[in-house]
Each structure stands twice: as structure tokens, then as C-alpha cells.
Design a protein around this ligand. Sequence first.
Ligand code: PLP
Length: 406
Amino acid sequence: MSSEIMPSAIVPTYVRADVTFERGDGCWLTTTTGERYLDFGAGIAVNSVGHSHPHLVEALMNQGGKLWHTSNLFQMPEGERLARRLADATFADLVFFANSGAEANEAAIKMARKRHAIDGNPERFGILTFEGAFHGRTLATLAAGGQAKYLEGFGPKVQGFDQIPLGDLEAVEAAIGPQSAAIMIEPIQGEGGVRVVPAAFLRGLRAICDEHRLLLIFDEVQTGVGRTGRFFAYEYSGIHPDILTAAKGIGGGFPLGVCMATADAAKGLTAGVHGTTFGGNPLAMAIGNAVLDIVLAPGFIENVARLGLLARQQLAELKDRHPQVIEEVRGEGLMIGLKLKVPAAGFAALARNHRLLTIPAGDAVVRLLPPLVISDDELSEGVRRLHATCADVEAASPSEATVAAA
Ligand SMILES: *Cc1c(COP(=O)(O)O)cnc(C)c1O
């Protein structure tokens, strides 16, 4: 194998499992040596409609044969259509297209700061974020996440981000000052370990933002586009943000990020104020529209909600049968976290032995993020493989699991 002879020329920022996938089909991935894996990771909530969905392949081939890229200096009918559809399906009036979650969040941060600047308040650039948050790996989004381990060694932290304990409205109030511009939150923390933020807390943030004239930003990069059993997770809270970002699931595997906003929130982003070379190019727009064709089809998101409930029933049983391994099942729709009593990376490795892919997260959690097109049978098959994984954990170190539980 060439990888054994030649050292990798890729910067080693990732610890990669020794598995190489060659093709995908729906919820299944096949390795170069012919093993089939059930995919409960979906490329970290990205392959929202599964692998090689015929409608997406068709959109890629059609657009790929016509036009890939023209720059944003020209009209973009497919982009106009995607923006209109997103606006019609949500609280938003306007959409900015980017290529990733971090870039969508950069747009959101700049939009919020500029909104105050055009009101004559450029000193209002402070953004309150939450402990355990993850907003991306650019310098500003790292500062927004505030995790010391990711910030270290990269020079001065970008100014204007303060982290508040999640769920503490009084602490939010106390942190607001004359410099405050916005509050930014994931309605369900993803990388932080599938921590669901109570609707009452989100409503409290809305009220605080209204009172202090702050912009409310929801980072739905992971929760968006049907993942939680709603088109966007804000719908659960009964309020809406002023600015919302999405990325992972919206391109179905093609890099695409969006920053959506009310007309008022976006008021500062006029010609020349912000930009991107690739963002919103015809290829990305064609695929984004194809994803929406599927996700916004009647009954699709309702089915995700139903599958989420089915999963929760089966996983509650899993927890009951393996109390030494699983502490809690949490999440919404098909964004599910298993809080473990054992290390998440080791659990995910054992699950891979049973040809099941899961994604470790913070707080000793493995995430289950299957493609939204998963069938009832595939869901049950995944849970069977989780049972087998739990049995392995118990067999490997029964006493250790008990100790960890104590
Ligand atoms: C993944 C993620 C990001 C970063 O997205 P990238 O595409 O990796 O830049 C930002 N916010 C949340 C909530 C995420 O889950």
C-alpha cells in the first residue's frame, strides 16, 4: 500500500482511522476492501440526504456540464432561487452565500457589528457567546467559541467575545454593557456534546436582545436543514433570531454555507462591504437547490421527527440494558447524543468494529447523525450494532465501567 511506503504529505491536523471509503449509497459506505459500514455520522451531519442521492448526482452532472463559476460580478439565477426559497421557508428576508460554517459565522459577526456601526455606534462590537460553544476555526470564530485549547499559540485572541455559562440568563444580563452588539448561540450545541438549550432560555435571550437592542444570532451550522425534525431548530423555541447561519447539511456534501437575516439586521452589508470569490457559485447553488427539493418536499421533515422519536425509544432501551456504558440519551430529531460513562473515542472505535460510524463530541458523548433519508430498518440495525458495541465495552473492562460510573 502506497500509504505505508510514502509518508503522508497532508498536514497532520487530523488523527484518521485506518479506513478508506471508496463509494457510498444512501446510509451505507463501502471501503476499498469491500466492507460495508452503516453511516451514523454522515460526514459530521453533512450528508443530509445520504450518499450518492440520484437527485443530487443529477443536479451535479447537469450543472457541471453547463457552468461552474462566474464570480459574483454577474447575475446568478440559481442563487436567486435558493435565497428566495430559504427566505420563504424561514424568518429571513436576505441570504449571503459562503462556503463553510466558519465563513457563514464570520459573515454573521460582521453583519451584527456593522449594523451598530451604521447607527453611529461602532463601539458596539461585543458578542456574547456560551461556554462549550463551537463556531468554527477561523480567528474570529475561535474567539467566539472561546476554547483555550483551540486558541493557544495563535497570537492575540480577536477582541469582543465573552463566554457565558449556558442556561444562566442573569449572567447574560450582567455581561451586557455599552459595547454589546449581539448574542450568538447554537440552539443545540453540537461539538460541545449535543447539549440541547431549553426553549425558555432561547426565549429569554430574545427578550434580552429586544430590550437592549442586541442582535440574536443562531448558529445552526449543525442543527439546520431538517436535522432536528424542524427545518431549523429555532422553530422549537417559538421565537426567531435576527441572523442565522447554516452549512453542514445544506450542501449535502458540497461545500456551502449560508448566513440568513432579517432585512433590518443585514442593513449594513451594502455593496463592497463584504464578499467572497467562491460563495454562491452556480455549482453550489444548483446542489443547494437540489437538497431543498428533497428536504422541503411535503412530509420529509415530519418523517425526520418521527424517526427521531423511534430512535429515542430504541435508545432508551439501549440505555436500560447497558447502564454501565450509557448515562443519558439526548438530542432532537436525528441529532442524537449518547452521553457515555466511558471515553467517546474508544466507543466510536469499537462501534467501527461492528461497521457502524458514530462521531465523538465533547462531554464524553458520541453523536448519532445518520442521513435524514434513513429507513426504519436501517435505524434499528444501527441500534443493534450499538448494543453489540456496548456489550464489547462491558466485556473489555467490566470493573472499569463500574468505576467510571461511580
Ligand atoms: C461545524 C460547525 C461550524 C464550523 O463549520 P466549518 O464548515 O467546519 O467551518 C460552526 N458552527 C457549528 C455549530 C458547527 O457544528
